[in-house]
Design a protein around this ligand. Structure first.
Ligand code: UD1
Length: 333
């Protein structure tokens, strides 16, 4: 199959493109490299033994990729490209709506104009907002609590409306829980610019000695050890979910949302201990105030993904920590 992957040089995109190439799909990556290293597509080609075509272009600027898109004539699009930092979105919501919503609309118009009607969209469990119940199933109300989450939900709603107007559209909104880890080769992984916002890259930096101490954001939540509990999913399992979703768009029509998580939750302190044992390093930490906007527990009910796509996560916490650590060490030494 011919697949356009926007944001294909990014963290989740690069792992997904690796699996697509290995599965025999032809891939056109469209990426502006705003948050990806230049050499990622070469690394991906090294892992897969085949290359993707790479176009440096911005999804918000149709003239920068319309021709390449038409020439490639994709059967499907997997759409990752977007901005993803919550604090940044709160500070500059218009920029988040411009890129995440405006960019998606531009891309969908191009798909519409080129008869491409298969879509997998990179959404987030953040669309659920503060959970009413856990585990969270897809019927849980969507009430995102920040502009980043709202931008993801808006795009999901646009896709739903598009599906209502065009019954040839087959689209899956994948709602990711907390992606972590790296390719087992340690050649690609998560390499955020600047101070990491998320727990796992921060822990990796502390283990490496790049940062002194982890700040644990609150230990007075209603969880077994008082720290926040999340559903961490290995990025290779997540990439595999995209392969399954791509296949589902070939046999189903309409628009559906699916959770991508493991259904298992770990607290911040459990993550610290698991990473200490994977790395053999100690992770000093201080408990500080809660981070505004954080929830106590976020946990997926992944049953629907298994029923619809025959997909479920296979990798556990040990593999997540082992692979994140191998990538971090390789990156810095
Ligand atoms: C965050 C985003 C979410 C996004 C997701 C992507 C916020 C509020 N939410 O989710 O929208 O989809 O990343 O993976 O930013 N923690 C610490 N110390 C740290 C960092 C985190 O204690 O330095 C704790 C947090 O309080 C939380 C857990 O670790 O309990 C996980 O945090 P994080 O990795 O940032 O993910 P989320 O907050 O779940």
């Amino acid at each position: 199959m011919r697949v356009v992957v926007t944001g294909g040089a990014g963290y989740i995109g690069s792992h997904t493109v690796t699996l697509f190439l290995q599965a025999g799909h032809d891939v056109l990556i469209i990426d502006n490299f705003a948050n990806a290293a230049e050499d990622v597509p070469d690394r991906v080609a090294g892992l897969a033994g085949r290359e993707a075509i790479v176009l440096r272009a911005d999804i918000t600027q149709p003239e920068s990729y319309l021709k390449a898109f038409e020439d490639f004539a994709p059967d499907a699009v997997v759409h990752f490209a977007g901005l993803k930092a919550v604090a940044e979105a709160v500070a500059d919501p218009l920029e988040y709506y411009r890129v995440n919503v405006g960019g998606s609309l531009t891309l969908f118009r191009i798909m519409q104009g080129t008869e491409c009607r298969r879509l997998v969209f990179s959404s987030s469990a953040t669309v659920y907002g503060d959970p009413e119940r856990v585990p969270i199933d897809e019927g849980h109300p969507c009430r995102p609590t920040n502009p980043y989450g709202r931008s993801k939900l808006m795009v999901e709603e646009i896709v739903e409306d598009w599906g209502r107007s065009d019954d040839s559209l087959a689209a899956i909104n994948l709602r990711y829980f907390n992606p972590v880890g790296a390719h087992p080769s340690a050649r690609i992984g998560e390499a955020p610019n600047g101070v990491p916002n998320n727990l796992m890259p921060y822990i990796s930096d502390v283990a490496q000695g790049r940062r002194e101490r982890l700040q644990v954001f609150g230990d007075d939540y209603g969880t077994p050890d008082g720290t926040g509990v999340r559903d961490y999913i290995h990025v290779m399992d997540l990439a595999d979910a995209h392969l399954a979703a791509l296949e589902l768009t070939g046999r189903a029509s309409g628009v559906e949302a699916l959770n991508v998580g493991t259904g298992e939750g770990y607290s911040v302190l459990e993550m610290v201990r698991a990473f200490e044992s994977a790395s053999g390093r100690s992770i000093p930490y201080d408990v500080v105030a809660r981070r505004p906007g954080d929830v106590a527990i976020s946990l997926a009910d992944p049953a629907m993904a298994e029923a619809r796509m025959g997909w479920k996560a296979n990798l556990g916490l040990d593999e997540m920590c082992r692979d994140a650590w191998a990538f971090t060490r390789g990156r810095n030494t």
